[in-house]
Design a protein around this ligand. Structure first.
Ligand code: SF4
Ligand code: SF4
Length: 244
């Protein structure tokens, strides 16, 4: 049981971490839609996050019924217990994770880890839809399509710094939110693909006159330039060296 101040606080990462930690089902309870006391209406955020999670679950071969969201007020304790009992029974019938999904544990674990690595990218790519407020159930059901999720995973963007263009201005290095970029003054910068969360900040931040950060899809990211070849020798320095 995880208590949060608002169902809108329940992140995609919480859901997939719970499954990765061996939970067979995840239930999210939120206040009734349109009864939020604040202008934020976080329960719509929670609903959209669940709709997205369910499509991702279907994409990786997990039964989406293992995830449920229901809305009720704090005065509806009986409804809460009924809903949780019903969900618990459903999950018991589905069996342990993987059993009714036709997947072995290792495959599920690998798929879940892959999703978790891409969560910041997924949230960024789908941020507009995640902020929707759809009241109609049919519209909610169509908010995310399976094709769209397949495309999202197929066309994952990677970011790469072109060593021939990087001028070591350090702007991307300072702006990267997860310290995935290494570099220093007069050193060509490189991105650690294992740390990068694909937020695209470096791509936006690199000055257009340098245009050193590239977006790559559908092909492998070139290996980083070796450390001993990263020093940039400026032309003025070259001239000064030539005079002496
Ligand atoms: S895409 Fe984002 S996380 Fe990745 S290196 Fe660039 S700024 Fe850092
Ligand atoms: S912002 Fe561009 S030019 Fe500056 S260090 Fe990063 S990649 Fe290199």
């Amino acid at each position: 049981m995880i208590r949060v101040m608002c169902s809108g606080r329940v992140d995609l990462e919480f859901v997939f971490r719970a499954f990765a930690n061996g939970m067979d089902g995840v239930f999210i309870g939120g206040c009734r839609l349109n009864e939020c006391n604040y202008i934020t209406h976080g329960n719509y955020d929670a609903l959209n996050m669940v709709l997205l999670s369910k499509r991702i679950m279907a994409h990786i071969g997990l039964n989406p019924e293992r995830l449920r969201i229901d809305f009720m007020s704090s005065g509806e304790g009986m409804l809460f217990t009924d809903v949780v009992d019903e969900f618990t029974q459903e999950v018991k019938e589905l069996g342990p994770l993987g059993q009714s999904d036709g997947k072995d544990k290792e495959e599920i674990q690998a798929n879940l880890e892959e999703v978790r690595k891409l969560i910041p990218y997924i949230k960024l790519s789908k941020r507009k839809k995640l902020a929707s407020r759809l009241e109609n159930e049919e519209e909610q059901d169509g908010l995310f399509s399976l094709d769209e999720i397949e495309e999202l995973f197929r066309d994952v963007v990677s970011y790469y710094i072109d060593p021939g263009k990087c001028q070591a201005c350090m702007i991307c290095y300072r702006k990267c939110p997860v310290e995935a970029i290494s570099g220093a003054k007069n050193q060509i910068h490189v991105i650690d693909q294992d740390i990068c969360i694909k937020c695209g900040t470096c791509f936006e931040a690199c000055p257009p006159k340098f245009g050193a950060v590239k977006e790559i899809t559908g092909e492998p990211v070139p290996p980083s330039i070796p450390e001993e070849e990263r020093t940039i020798v400026r032309k003025t320095k070259k001239r000064a060296n030539a005079k002496t």
